[in-house]
Design a protein around this ligand. Structure first.
Ligand code: HGY
Ligand code: MN
Ligand code: MN
Length: 424
């Protein structure tokens, strides 16, 4: 089928960018973009997205875990769906494209089909996941795990910094925590999940390419570390024998860096460090920090995590401090399905763009959706590879290129290719 029959309108780029700006205004602070799960800002973002989904001819609503979900039927009702989308939550002081670009672009593609009165041999569902970053409850991919049927119900007891449980936050949001399992899709309802996302890395820009086809998503392990020592008077306690929790944490941070600098494929980050009591003239008695370690393959990551844990234990034992350490996130590296990579690559090439396959160092909802169905990703170039930073930026032209390639992928989508590969 000739995808040329359908083109996204001349205002496509401006429309996408203006919707991104409207979503960016749904923020917990006017100074910097922060939007967490089950907050008023999340509700406002859902309202915007559901309005756009309705205009795109989708039946839509909020699912039992707070995702915004829309469905555009195929040639007859009830057909299995190609699921598109990404997340609507952000990190703190975030950029405005991470997640949101994938949701807005998917809706624009469905609207182009609807405006042309076109129906396909499959349904399309678009999802705006409520929590991918895990900022509020320190647990990530909540929305996509619920859709994939892998949501861990014990997480409902997790508390945010104000002590509110996830279950209570759901009830305040108008949800019934007991219904979370009803968000799950059955495998027979789903053909594939494909996510358009900014690259969040420098490769496409360095090679002057607007788009790329993702081959795999790096696995990640996150640790929560609490070191306890003895706070004391900064002026009277001799250096020898101090039980300084921050000094121990500082050694641990350097151990993460040293171990992860030891192998090209590893990255390690301590993104959050809290110290108590936090006074200039008091030896810190408590230090709490996060560790995030990633690699394209699982074995190097496991080796690095074990080495880091060993080092932290040795530091605390040598200094006579107590240690609490929790693995609060573990996601294996996730290969994208070759048949989807090929169809995404074909759509990019049909847009006249040189093809680049590349791995993703960042994690995505596709990792959770891989428990339900085959997954693919389409990357859009971002300025300087900068992300998780208000300087995150894309061009209007690249936004339009991404939408055109995604629409071409949708119109030329061959779900039977999945079965052909399976039969090999
Ligand atoms: O951390 C990540 O890679 C993603 O942005 N949540
Ligand atoms: Mn992110
Ligand atoms: Mn993201």
């Amino acid at each position: 089928m000739d995808s040329g029959a359908l083109t996204l309108g001349p205002n496509l780029g401006p429309e996408i960018m203006s919707q991104i700006d409207l979503l960016a205004a749904c923020s917990e602070s006017a100074e910097c973009l922060t939007r967490s799960y089950l907050t008023d800002q999340h509700a406002r973002a859902n309202d915007l997205v559901l309005g756009w989904m309705g205009k795109a001819g989708m039946d839509c609503g909020v699912d039992p875990v707070g995702n915004a979900l829309g469905r555009y039927e195929g040639r007859r009702p009830g057909l299995p769906a190609l699921i598109l989308g990404s997340h609507l939550d952000t990190v703190r002081d975030a950029g405005k494209y991470d997640g949101m670009l994938g949701v807005v672009t998917a809706i624009a593609c469905v609207k182009a089909l609807k405006d042309a009165g076109e129906r396909l041999d499959f349904a399309i569902e678009v999802v705006g996941f409520g929590d991918e970053e895990g900022v509020r409850f320190q647990s990530t991919l909540l929305g996509s795990r619920a859709l994939a049927g892998t949501f861990d119900m014990s997480l409902l007891d997790k508390r945010d910094v104000d002590g509110m449980t996830m279950a209570q936050a759901m009830r305040d949001f108008g949800l019934d925590p007991a219904r979370v399992p009803q968000a799950a899709k059955r495998p027979d309802q789903v053909l594939a999940y494909v996510e358009l996302h900014i690259e969040q890395g420098p490769v496409l820009e360095a090679e002057s390419l607007p788009l790329g086809a993702v081959t795999s998503i790096a696995g990640a392990t996150r640790l929560e570390v609490a070191i306890s020592g003895t706070s004391g008077h900064a002026g009277t306690v001799p250096m020898v024998g101090r039980k300084d929790a921050l000094a121990a944490a500082a050694e641990a941070v350097m151990a993460v860096e040293t171990i992860c600098c030891g192998a090209d494929e590893l990255v390690g980050t301590v993104g959050r460090l809290e110290v108590a009591p936090g006074a200039v003239n008091v030896i810190p008695g408590e230090a709490r920090f996060s560790v995030d370690i990633r690699a394209a393959e699982d074995m190097p990551r496991h080796r690095a995590v074990n080495a880091v844990i060993g080092e932290i234990r040795e530091i605390c034992a040598r200094r006579g401090l107590t240690l609490e350490l929790e693995r609060n996130h573990e996601s294996p590296s996730c290969p994208c399905a070759p048949w989807l990579i090929e169809q995404i690559a074909r759509a990019i090439a049909a847009e006249g763009i040189a093809l680049r396959r590349l791995p993703s160092g960042a994690g995505h909802d596709a990792m959770a959706m891989a428990a339900l169905c085959d997954v693919g990703m389409l990357f859009v170039r971002c300025a300087g590879g900068i992300s998780h930073n208000p300087a995150e930026a894309i061009t209007m032209e690249d936004a339009a290129s991404g939408a055109r390639a995604l629409l071409r992928f949708i119109r030329d989508f061959e779900p039977e290719a999945r079965r052909a590969v399976a039969a090999l």
